[in-house]
Write a protein that binds this ligand. Sequence first.
Ligand code: ADP
Length: 632
Amino acid sequence: MTKRSIRGALRSIVTSTTTCALLLACGAFVGADILESRRTLERDLTMLASVIASNSAASLMFGDSESGSIILSALRAKPSVVSACIYSRAGTAFAVYPHRPGNRGRPPSRAPRPGMRFTARDIEITQRIVFDGETIGTLFIASDMSDVVATMKRYMMAAGAILLGSLLVALAVSSRLQRILTDPILHLARVADRVRHGKDYSLRATVAGKSSPNEIALLTSAFDDMIAEIQQRDDELQRRRGDLEEQVERRTTELRVANVDLVGARDEAQRIADLNERLSLHKKTILDTAAEGLFELDENGVATFINRSAASMLGYSVEELSGRTLHDIIHPDDVRSLPVTACKVCSARLGASLRSGSAFSFVSRGGTTFPVEFTTSTMPGEGTPGVVVTFRDITERLAIERMKDEFVSTVSHELRTPLTSIRGALGLLRSGLVGNISERATRMLDIAVTNTDRLVRLINDILDLERISSGGVELHRKWTTATELMAAAVDVVQAEADRSGVSISRQDDHTALWVDSDRVVQTLTNLLGNAVKFSPSGSMVRVSGQMKGNGFTFSVSDTGRGIPAEKLESIFERFKQVDASDSRDKGGSGLGLAICRSIVTAHGGRIWAESREGDGATFSFTIPMKNVISAT
Ligand code: ADP
């Protein structure tokens, strides 16, 4: 189709151009010839008219129409003349030359005006006949133009033949020449078609060795460049598509793996959730089965959790107390009348993060009051404020403590008093004031006195400890200096130290302390006594005091056998000794350090021991800063 259209177009261009050119050329040629023939005819006719006019002047002068007709008859020599007429001065016909029959070319009855006129087939000339400068008549000659028409026909035929011949030649030449143009274009079109259908961008339209630097060659080369570029882009596209497919495949694999991981993670999350659920159930069970009452309150005192023990101690079910403001339920009237925020048990905002108390009572459902010991912890962190309260019913414990107190007082009165009189009696006997006793009896009395002393000390220690730790002993504080306290303690143990060959070094410090001096001296005495007791003869025990950190610290150190690391804490418990033989060999009951701790704790301080076994021991205790006025 492409082929036919471009070739057809070229052919019609050539044909129409050639035809137009030839038509124009022939037309111009024929037109020029016709014009020339007409001009010749005009000239000839004018000359003929002039000759006949001058010849006919005499005939007119003399009114001889016959000679006039003779003169006109000379026109026979000119076959193209169809009619002629000589008119008189008056314009009437004088002599007529009717050469041809019929009306054609018949001269007008009256003389026309001078001049030349053309009709469809004829040419007419009218000329004045002048004699001696005066118009004496008029001559009219009509000649047909058949010659001219014949010539024109001939020319036309010749022109037609030339036109036809030229057209044929032009067609033949053009169809030969058009190949030069159309072949590369058609080749280009074919290549383009193949590229379009086959998507084969390696094809090229340039034929090797045939390229010539014309516009078609340029077009072909541009087409090739374009195809090359398309091929390059196609290659790039293919490469990118390959990359993309690879990426998609990789991502798909990753996604599949991630999916597997996700499923694994989901299973793991489920497992953890199950575990958490089991754990929280377990925790709930633990909390529920705990003997202690436990409840959690939000900042408004509303119970967000309560365990079974707490509910049952208060005489309710867990459900009955959950979500209720416990402050309005569990306290006696005097505490209940306070706002929740001021309640030592329920407030989430009151004072320290850990509060406790043992002189408190809760009210159970029936309105019965029971004593409790509680601990309130406020929620840690910045989150929603709230408290966790644990409490226990201490009714029984208080009863036991009462019994113990009674027992202690019994011991105090029923055991210590007679023991004191026994000790007195033994002392009297031993002194010999009530009579002489044998040496053997003296030895026995010595043993009895020593053991009675020991027993008295033990009972005193027990009573002391009970009184101090139950808060039964009030501290009688007064201002004193560290030096005074240390000196008093050294005085007590000096005699024993001398006996053991141990020297005591005291480092004075005049810091003022607000303490119960008897109790602090008792503590220092106990520590110094132990230090002397466990120091080898000839060694030195040091007692000192100084401001340290947030308080005043007393220290007693020796160079004795020391204390094993694992016992550094336990020796402060009742009846605990490093070695069971200590009580036998060194005397003592194992209650001294327990008493010391009670005294120090009652002062708000702390006591501890440091030692490297075999390398002596150092006992230290603190008096809090609020009870200290530095000497400097
Ligand atoms: P005790 O009346 O037996 O001395 P303490 O409570 O004062 O009771 O001491 C408890 C135990 O701690 C002692 O029996 C002893 O084993 C050990 N202990 C105390 N002080 C020292 C010390 N300075 N060096 C070595 N051991 C000591």
